[in-house]
Design a protein around this ligand. Structure first.
Ligand code: NDP
Length: 308
């Protein structure tokens, strides 16, 4: 029977801890800064516990969090690989940086320019981006919606928006309308997406002045960080849009942003980003384990941790 590895129990590890890392066990970790509030250890821990019940191979798998500064990332990736870690998740601020540091990139992640999941191979790390998968499955679970053939109104032009836009185009959405506060950031994103447009309409606009041609029945996806704080403005006024089919906010904490409150008041189907978080994590664990993973156990663990 496989033994659970022993190491000092800590909420957050640092690179200094790697020097005395046990050489038994199968290790997974999330790297970020700050990392203390990451929900990933609870989510993956719950999945691994359930997986270990039906398959002894997973009894020595553990998932931990590491505080890693951007300047430390190149050395950190080398050290985690040498220590034999099976997989890593990357969160703020490492997703773009790691893209340039890994040996191989999954072709689907190439146009995203960012990776959130690394799998160890003999040659080095292989990078994936599971955020798009998370979004697509979150939309399907919560709103019964598909990206394919849908008109999408995407809010934001940062990293999350870029991942979402690439997924929308890879999944053959009907059209993609992107609103962002800062025109320069919007232009950069639109330019990066051009090679993927494939004849579809991909158009930017100012969220304060939505164009008259916006389609009714679109899915509105918030990929801005507006709504994380109570005092934040709405990323868009839903009253300025033709009636959408639904509103999905990638933010999951708070559970209901101002945008979601507005959607509810208008009787629109709506959901927060918790399902996206869970599905991107589930996909990472599938990549590392090669088996189907218990998504419901992961969702329950995240909800418990958030006190919902
Ligand atoms: P970035 O910092 O890369 O981008 C932030 C975006 O938000 C930019 O488009 C920025 O616009 C916009 N923005 C910020 N503040 C405001 C504001 N007050 N009003 C209008 N627009 C604003 O962040 P990310 O792309 O990494 O993350 C965006 C959000 O997505 C975060 O809330 C994050 O938590 C969430 N997320 C959720 C995930 C999940 O699994 N559910 C996964 C990944 C991200 P501008 O260009 O004008 O500055």
């Amino acid at each position: 029977m496989l033994q659970r590895p022993t190491l000092p129990e800590k909420d957050v590890y640092t690179l200094a801890d790697l020097a005395s890392w046990p050489d038994t066990g199968t290790w997974l970790a999330v790297l970020g800064q700050p990392i203390r509030h990451s929900l990933s250890p609870a989510m993956h821990g719950a999945a691994l516990a359930a997986m270990a019940v039906r398959d002894a191979r997973f009894r020595d798998w553990r998932y931990v969090r590491f505080e890693v500064a951007p300047a430390e990332l190149p050395a950190a990736l080398k050290a985690f690989h040498e220590k034999g870690f099976r997989g890593l998740n990357l969160t703020v601020p490492h997703k773009v940086l790691a893209f340039g540091l890994v040996k191989k990139i999954d072709p689907a992640a190439q146009p995203v320019g960012a990776v959130n999941t690394l799998r160890s191979t003999a040659e080095g790390w292989e990078g994936f981006n599971t955020d798009g998968h998370g979004l697509a499955h979150g939309l399907s679970d919560e709103l019964g919606a598909t990206l394919r053939d849908s008109h999408i109104i995407l809010l934001g032009a940062g990293g999350a928006a870029r991942g979402a836009a690439v997924e929308c185009l890879q999944q053959a959405c009907a059209s993609l309308w992107i609103a962002n506060r800062t025109q320069g950031n919007l232009d950069t994103l639109l330019q990066a997406l051009q090679p993927l447009a494939g004849g579809r309409r991909v158009q930017g606009f100012d969220p304060r002045q939505p164009p008259a041609e916006l389609p009714a029945g679109a899915l509105v996806i918030n990929a801005t960080s507006a709504g994380l704080k109570e005092a934040d403005p709405r990323p868009i006024d839903l009253a300025l849009l033709p009636r959408p089919a639904g509103v999905y906010d990638m933010i999951y904490n708070p559970a209901e942003t101002g945008l979601l409150t507005d959607a509810r008041a208008r009787g629109l189907p709506s959901a927060n980003g918790l399902s996206m978080l869970v599905h991107q994590g589930a996909r990472s664990l599938e990549i590392w384990s090669g088996v189907e993973v218990p998504v419901e156990a992961m969702k329950k663990a995240v909800k418990n941790t958030l006190g919902r």
